[in-house]
Structures are given as C-alpha cells and as structure tokens.
Design a protein around this ligand. Structure first.
Ligand SMILES: Nc1ncnc2c1ncn2[C@@H]1O[C@H](COP(=O)(O)OP(=O)(O)OP(=O)(O)O)[C@@H](O)[C@H]1O
Length: 540
C-alpha cells in the first residue's frame, strides 16, 4: 500500500492519461497530494471514485479515476480490505435482502466490535468514506457506545430502532472527541448524529462535575430560525429526563427571555449567528465551558454573510471540538474547515454534493410568463398533485403574491412563509402546514435547508435558485430517510448560470433533461467532453 505522505509519494504508480494517451507523471510534475487540492469535476468529466472530485488521474492498480494521492491511498486501503479472509458475524437481523447490513444484539458488546476488515466491508456497503485519523469503527446499534441509559430510552421512544449510516460513523467519532466535517444526503439523520454525542457529553459532564453555576457546554449554529427551532426541539426530546437544558437564541423573539434562560443554566445553546453575537456582545455570558461547537449547514455558515459572525463566535470559545455538517460541501469549505481545526476527520456518506436519490426530479422547461399557469395545472391535477406541497420561490414579495394567486385560482388554502414575517406568524404557519390544515406552502429559501417537513413528499421549485447547492437542499425537503419524493423544477433561459450543473445533476440522477435545456448554448458550450470519455488535463 502506498505511503500517504505528501512529497515523498511514489508517483510512478499513478498513471495519468491525456486524452487517449497514457503518461506516467514524472517527479517534476505536481500531482495533487490532498483531496482538497483538487477542483470539483465539471459536467462530463471523470470523477474520483472516493470523493467525487475531478478524477484527474487513473490508479494503475485498480484502473479507477482518482483525484489525488490521498484518495489513491484510501482506494488502495479499500481494495486491500475487500479481500476478506473472514466473513462478518452472522446477522441477528437483516433489514431487507438487498439492504443487508448487520445489526448485532445490543446486549452483546463483544459481537458489536468489528475488526478492521469488517469495518471496511461495512463502510463500503454503506458508502461511508472516511479521511483523516479516525480510530472508531461504525457502530451497529445505539447501545454499543456507552450512552446514558436515559438517552437510549429517549432514542427508542423517538422511534430510532437502529442508527442511520451517518450516525453509525459520526456518533462514535464525535464521542471520542474528534472534530468532524460530515457530508450526507438531505434527510439522512444528520441532526441526531451530532445531538446524541452532545447530549451524552453534557449529561456525563454534569453528573461528574457538580457546580451551582451551569455554563453552556455546547452550541449549535444554523442559518435559519426554523432550523434552530427544529434542532432545539429534537434536542429536548432526546435529552428529556437528563441534566440537559437548552436555550433557543434566534432573532424575532425577545432577547431578555433568552438571556434569562441561559442565566438559569443550560447545557446547549441553539442559535443563529447574528442574534447570538448580539447577545454575547451585550451581555456577559461565560463560554469557557463550551466543549462542542456544531455548524449545521456548514457550507452556508462559512459563506460570506455568515462567515465573519461564525468566526467571531468560534474565536470566543476555548478550542472546542467542531462538528460540521451539510448535504453539500464544496472544496473551499473543506479547506476552510481544515484551517479552523487541525486533524479534522472528513466523513462522507454516498456521493458528495448530489441530490438525494429518493427524490424523483421532473424538470420542465417553462417560460417565466407561463410558470403560474403551469403551477396551477399541477396543483389541480389529480395525477400530479401530492399534498402537502412546498413551492419554492425567489422573493418574499413573490411568495405572498403567489400564495394569493393559488387561493384565488385553485380555491385551495395556501400560505406563504419568508423572513419578513414575525416569529409568531412563522411559528403558526409552520404548525398549520405541518398538521395538514393547509396543503400548499409557498416559501423562500428559509425553508430550503435542514427543515424536516415530515409528510411532505412533493416540492415544486418555481424559481430556480442561483446555485445548485441550494437546489439540492430544496428538493431534499421532498424525502426523509430514503422515502420516495418528487420534485417539479421549472427552468428557462433565465437560469442559464446553473445549466451545466443542473444538467449534470439531472443526468447523474437518471432524470429526463428537457430538450431546450440540453440544446441551450449555455449547456452545450460547457461540455468539452462527453460522459465516459477520459480526457485529462495537460502539463503535469
Ligand atoms: N436512526 C433513525 N431512525 C429513524 N428515524 C430517524 C433516525 N435518525 C433520524 N431520524 C429521522 O429522520 C428524519 C430526517 O433526519 P434529519 O432531519 O436529521 O435529516 P438531515 O440529514 O439533517 O437532513 P437535511 O440535510 O435535510 O437537514 C427526521 O425526522 C428524524 O427524526
């Protein structure tokens, strides 16, 4: 197996192709050492089999596309471990015949300890890819990692019979204090994968260190109030009956109440960065005990707009463990994350930056003037309308106008939600929609990320967002935990900036591509090579 160190790698084992010719890079050529040195793959280009970035090289041992020496090493590890001499322990419970992973009895700890080969096999089956120094094997049951008994009961009461793949890997790694950058599909259980270790740490800490003064021990930052509310609710549910209290710190609610709650003593603060900074600068809150900081939707949190605030909060803490999550993690975010924390472990489940495969995408070419009529047609079609439905639009004003137009034209109840409404209104609207009183909710991007809209199986992207990342998150609202959902997507020439990526996303998901989209000069011009052709960069 290759040595993964930068610089002294033997590059002769990595064959690089240039068009149809095959060349072996010489020492003077700069082969990418780390995964994040490599750029994202453009539509039609080969992708690294480990991380999905541009597969600039071909591994000569396996003939697979890879992006860097780091991924080559991961690939070779994977291959070596796949030659298994011994099988896994016999499954106690098999989920389905084709989704056959292994769940050992919670009471039998020895059986739930996997050896290296079994760990690798399990990771491969579940498409768990790990980079960095990680000692922990995936867990097979919640009871195999010494969680407080009450937390286990709460997990069971929440209906979580077994951990989801992201939880299998992230929970044990977070429990041993690793800082993590985790990418996994929308709706795949990321929230519990950071809440479970946080609750466990907090409860154990309070039981071991008795003190009257209960300073916060963990913080979760998310980009929207709705997501904060949801995370806090889930934290309360999982932490019930334990020494674990939470405070919600978001704009729109009175700061005095939030401050009072923190002063009473809480273990976890869940908040949006803006309000949290406001609170921290105006009031003296002791943050020295914060052991864990979570950046949910990390790509959004480290984007311009939030980044400075997030970094300000991070610097106010005393080197906490950082847990960063999103369904979409571009390269620059990985770089930023690695500069914030040395020895970060990168975990990805499935293909990165791709839409959830359970959501069937139906892209429709429709001119802007016809979009409303097309929407009404869908909403009034017995065949196509699957309430409750979220319709995503690009502006607050547009959301209000469209919900009114839906009411007038279809006679259906419809509501709109966006950042200009008060917190009370936003809470009431969410409640009304989630209990099924209103079948259509027109939303801006505030509902696009993270929000768990149980029961929603259909999303209509009325205004295509400016980035494919946001699109991936928006259509992700149509499916939770792999249940099938459907997304109608309206597209026209006005969305030309996302054409190449959209085509790639549709193509890789097996969705039909509207003729106008595939024929558009913005799409055609962006493809230098057809899929499957292995054209590589010159000059290294
Ligand atoms: N182990 C589990 N067993 C059953 N249900 C689970 C489990 N873990 C999480 N869930 C449920 O799965 C749903 C989706 O989880 P969650 O909201 O954490 O997804 P997510 O990965 O954060 O999605 P997004 O990227 O959209 O934010 C939730 O309703 C949650 O309660």
């Amino acid at each position: 197996m290759e040595d993964g160190n930068e610089g002294n790698q033997s590059r002769s084992s990595m064959v690089v192709t240039d068009g149809d010719e095959t060349t072996v890079p010489d020492a003077a050529n700069n082969v990418k050492a780390r995964c994040w040195d490599q750029r994202e793959a453009l539509p039609g280009e080969p992708q690294c089999v480990i991380c999905g970035r541009y597969g600039e090289y071909i591994c000569d041992e396996t003939d697979d596309d890879i992006c860097s020496l780091e991924c080559k090493q991961a690939l070779l590890c994977r291959v070596a471990n796949s030659r298994l001499p011994a099988g896994l322990p016999p499954p106690k419970r098999v989920l389905t015949t084709d989704e056959c992973f292994y769940v050992t009895d919670s009471s039998d700890k020895s059986e739930s300890q996997l050896n290296n080969e079994q760990t690798e096999l399990l990771r491969r089956k579940l498409e768990i890819c790990v980079r960095g120094d990680i000692l922990s094997a995936p867990i097979l049951s919640f009871s195999s990692c010494n969680l407080p008994q009450k937390l286990l009961q709460n997990i069971e009461a929440a209906g979580y019979e077994m951990p989801m793949p992201v939880q299998m890997q992230a929970i044990p790694a977070a429990l041993i204090g690793k800082s993590l950058l985790v990418s996994a599909d929308t709706g795949s259980g990321k929230t519990a994968s950071f809440l479970v270790p946080i609750i466990s740490h907090c409860a154990n800490f309070r039981l071991q260190h008795f003190s009257k003064q209960k300073n916060p021990l963990a913080m979760v930052l998310t980009p929207t109030r709705e997501l904060c509310m949801q995370v806090e609710e889930q934290a309360k549910l999982l932490g019930k009956g334990l020494p674990f209290k939470t405070a919600l710190v978001v704009g729109g609610d009175a700061m005095a109440g939030q401050l009072h709650r923190i002063q009473q003593g809480v273990e976890l603060i869940v908040g949006t960065p803006g309000r949290l900074i406001d609170l921290l600068t105006k009031h003296d809150i002791e943050l020295d005990d914060v052991m864990t900081l979570v950046l949910d939707e990390v790509d959004c949190m480290l984007q311009k707009g939030f980044r400075d605030q997030v970094m300000q909060i991070f610097r106010a803490l005393s080197r906490p463990q950082i847990l960063m999550y999103s369904a979409t993690i571009p390269q620059e975010v990985e770089k930023m994350a690695s500069s914030m924390m040395k020895d970060i472990v990168v975990v990805s489940i499935g293909k990165r930056n791709r839409p959830n495969g359970a959501v069937k995408q139906l892209a429709i070419w429709v001119e802007s003037k016809q979009k409303k009529q097309k929407l009404f047609d869908i909403l009034m079609s017995k065949q196509h309308f699957m309430p409750p439905v979220v319709v995503f639009v690009g502006s607050r004003f547009g959301a209000d106008l469209l919900s009114e137009a839906i009411k007038v034209t279809t006679g259906m109840k419809a509501l709109s939600i966006h950042g200009e409404k008060s917190m009370k209104e936003r809470r009431d609207i969410m409640k009304t929609f989630l209990v099924g009183e209103v079948p259509v909710l027109v939303a801006t991007g505030i509902l696009g990320r993270g929000v768990d809209l149980l029961g929603v199986r259909q999303v209509i992207v009325f205004d295509m967002p400016n980035s494919i990342k946001e699109y991936v998150h928006q259509i992700g609202r149509a499916s939770r935990l792999g249940e099938e959902g459907r997304a109608f997507v309206f597209v026209n020439e006005e969305n030309k900036n996302v054409f190449p990526e959209l085509v790639e996303v549709l193509r890789s998901s097996g969705a039909a591509i509207p003729r106008e989209l595939s024929n558009s000069r913005y799409t055609v011009g962006s493809f230098s090579v057809g899929k499957g052709q292995k054209k590589r960069k010159h000059g290294f």
